[in-house]
Design a binder for this molecule. Structure first.
Ligand code: SF4
Length: 275
């Protein structure tokens, strides 16, 4: 596993493959409606360009679905130099003609390259889920990624949330606030955050995670599980600072997500505080 210190903003690449799900909180889905301008070769060129500027940063593959074509995912991973920490956001799809053993074995070939995969498992089954035993077959870090879209004050939501924590006991679980409600004035707030209050009531609070301009997080523990609660704005460019560089499915480079993003102005990169 790569031990280089992270330097520079994260580069997030939206892979040119759709997920075939329809999560109600999805902010990426509309990007996949028209695939005619998707260009993987240009994505590679953009990854190369970003690598020359930030050779030691984090690279995130997201979508859509990075595992929609697992062989192509291998080619993308091979294209990313091992100096980068590589994270993959996925629903961990297992096709009808595949087994969990086959999918895990293909992924395990990249166990020295993948820093972590974030696997979506929400309170409702918004995504097609495979057998949970796949998590015991993975030979590299994984994290359950659960967006709590529902109202955390409701008894039903609370019971379902406990159900997810019980189901994935022993695994790392990342609970995510519904980002469509987050703004600059409430993203760092704990006092009026019902989800934070509920998690605190059922888990042991261990402290705050590192705060960035566009996100924050809190660390908890429950019955052997490391649980984090993340609040992330639906945009990453704050006061001119670029927090996350996006490579779109077209291969074009943007300074922010979705409708917030504009084609990257290279001068903005001079404003980033390097670690
Ligand atoms: S799986 Fe991810 S990309 Fe697909 S609809 Fe759900 S949130 Fe959106």
């Amino acid at each position: 596993m790569n031990n280089y210190p992270k330097i520079g903003p994260t580069v997030t690449m939206f892979v040119p493959y759709d997920c075939n799900n329809a999560c109600p909180f999805c902010v990426n889905k509309q990007e996949y409606r028209d695939t005619s301008s998707f260009d993987l070769e240009r994505c590679y060129k953009s990854l190369d360009l970003m690598d020359r500027i930030f050779p030691y940063n984090d690279v995130v593959l997201t979508g859509g679905e990075p595992l929609a074509d697992i062989d192509c995912l291998g080619e993308i991973i091979d294209h990313i130099k091992p100096t980068h920490h590589l994270y993959i956001n996925t629903t961990l799809p297992v096709g009808e003609d595949q087994t969990i053993e086959e999918v895990a074995s293909k992924l395990n070939r990249y166990k020295d390259r993948i820093s972590c995969i974030n696997v979506s498992r929400h309170l409702e089954h918004y995504v097609k889920e495979c057998d949970d035993r796949i998590f015991d077959l993975l030979e590299f870090p994984h994290r359950i990624n659960c967006v709590v879209f529902e109202d955390a004050k409701l008894e039903d939501t609370q019971q379902k949330l406990i159900g997810v924590l019980d189901r994935f006991k022993g695994h790392e679980i990342q609970l995510r606030a519904n980002y469509s409600f987050l703004r600059l004035d409430n993203v760092f707030d704990k006092d009026n955050d019902n989800l934070f209050k509920f998690i605190s009531s059922i888990c042991e609070y261990k402290g705050d995670l590192e705060k960035e301009r566009f996100r924050t997080g809190f660390l908890f523990e429950r019955e052997g599980s490391k649980i984090t609660y993340h609040k992330t704005l639906p945009f990453a460019k704050v006061d001119g600072y670029v927090g996350d560089i996006i490579i779109r499915q077209t291969g074009r480079i943007y300074d922010d997500w979705n409708e917030y993003g504009e084609e990257l102005n290279i001068n903005d990169l001079a404003l980033i505080e390097y670690k």
